[in-house]
Design a protein around this ligand. Structure first.
Ligand SMILES: Cc1ncc(COP(=O)(O)O)c(C=O)c1O
Length: 422
């Protein structure tokens, strides 16, 4: 089959597709024999699972509930009641002055990014070409292959702050950050997948000011942030402004199967997303919006996020860090990124004698699946050894699997360094 440029770029495999295949297969097969510390699958939190079951039951028993759930197309921008509930919620909780026109629903955050990136960057009507600036990499692997016609990412190396013996934090290198005519938008995930970094309020403010000054949007990917799922452990406030495009998702609250993303933006951007949804898919799935509507109206989803989801993952993060400290040899030159949110530990091995992809293969042979860190450094022009020295380890699996996985990682990496000395 001969493919178009779009087909060549999108129809022939990618890192994210491999990852999702691996994850999907392992989930279907029950992950037999593999310690799955690779994917971004959220945990099944009992309180939440019970809640979804109860909500489904309620819908089934409601007069017209089933018809409304599976028998209707929603408007492409989202169900009106759901949008109204979000507007009231954001007004009350965060004081944001917005209306339904500021919102658009998509089939998950992933689709929101596909639409937004391609609507903003690439070939422009005047023949020029524009790019998306990632002010800090490593950044979410899911963006990497989304551009339909040409590479659209430019990325900046972070500053690295070493903390104690075995921790570190990435920071935006504002001195190196340059916004040229070529930049269509700035984009960050906060908390960041893969590093668990949470950009400080000052950093976000500075990025926001820079974007505003240049008349371009700042896209903040809030897949793990507030108000839901609220998987962040650092001091940080949610942020929105007219020139900010804030994306949210119901996935990490435990509803990835509903594919529900929320875009909060200026009315022209929200309308553009709605148009693209109509063209590419007519409408979005109804399920996520129906399930969560009363829980957004009564604030329950926010409460559960803060009181159940956040502590659940924070505990998992603490345990994972504890096992790293326990099982990694003290002399191993490793540093874990400050775990400030999301579902992962990001570990850097300084001077790792093999590439992180080779380490990935060795760990896979030992029954542990992680993700090689190099996937997350797209858009960088410079060579940087650091990109070959990191792995991402997901800590959402049951405790005994995470503990054993971390033990094996520590053992294997020590072996790698020892082999170098022999
Ligand atoms: C940072 C980030 N953004 C967006 C997404 C997309 O998630 P979804 O399409 O399930 O909303 C993910 C998924 O893991 C993510 O980690």
């Amino acid at each position: 089959m001969e493919f178009s440029v779009f087909g060549e770029r999108l129809a022939q495999g990618s890192g994210i597709e491999e990852l999702m295949h691996d994850l999907g297969r392992a989930m279907e097969e029950g992950g037999e024999g593999m310690m799955m510390l690779g994917g971004g699958q959220p945990a099944m939190i009992p309180e939440l699972t019970t809640l979804w079951r109860e909500r489904l039951q309620e819908i089934l028993e409601q007069d017209g509930g089933v018809e409304n759930l599976v028998g209707t197309y929603d408007p492409p921008g989202g169900q009106t009641e759901f949008l109204e509930a979000l507007v009231s919620f954001f007004k009350e909780e965060f004081g944001w002055a917005l209306s339904r026109e500021n919102l658009a629903i998509t089939a998950g955050g992933q689709t929101a990014f596909f639409l937004l990136f391609n609507a903003l960057a690439g070939l422009q009507p005047d023949g020029s070409r524009k790019k998306i600036l990632l002010p800090l990499v490593p950044e979410y692997i899911g963006y990497a292959n989304q551009a339909v016609s040409e590479d659209i990412f430019v990325a900046l190396m972070p500053k690295i702050e070493a903390i104690g013996e075995h921790q570190f934090k990435y920071k935006v290198d504002f001195e190196a950050l340059e916004v040229t005519e070529e930049i269509a938008a700035i984009c960050v995930s906060r908390p960041t997948n893969p590093s668990g970094n949470v950009l400080r309020d000052e950093e976000i403010q500075q990025l926001s000011d820079i974007a505003k000054e240049h008349g371009i949007p700042l896209i903040i990917d809030n897949a793990y942030g507030a108000p839901f799922p609220h998987i962040f452990f650092a001091e940080a406030s949610p942020c929105w402004d007219d020139h900010v495009i804030l994306t949210m998702s119901l996935s990490k609250i435990g509803l990835p199967g509903t594919r529900t993303g929320i875009v909060l933006a200026s009315p022209d951007v929200a309308a553009a997303v709605t148009s693209m949804v109509a063209i590419s898919g007519l409408a979005n799935g109804n399920l996520g919006q129906r399930l969560t509507l009363p829980l957004i109206e009564n604030g329950e989803l926010y409460r559960l996020s803060k009181q159940v989801v956040k502590p659940f993952y924070q505990e998992k993060s603490h345990l994972a860090q504890y096992w790293v400290a326990q099982y990694f040899e003290e002399t191993l030159p490793y540093r874990v990124h400050l775990s400030e949110g999301a579902l992962f530990l990001w570990i850097h091995f300084e001077g790792l004698p093999i590439s992180s992809r080779e380490l990935y293969e060795r760990l896979k042979k030992r029954g542990v699946l992680v993700i090689s860190g190099d996937y997350f450094f797209f858009g960088l022009e410079e060579e940087w050894q650091h990109t070959q020295e990191c792995i991402r380890v997901t800590y959402t699996m049951p405790a005994e699997i995470v503990e054993e996985g971390i033990r094996v990682i520590g053992e294997e990496v020590s072996k790698v360094y020892r082999e170098k000395c022999e």
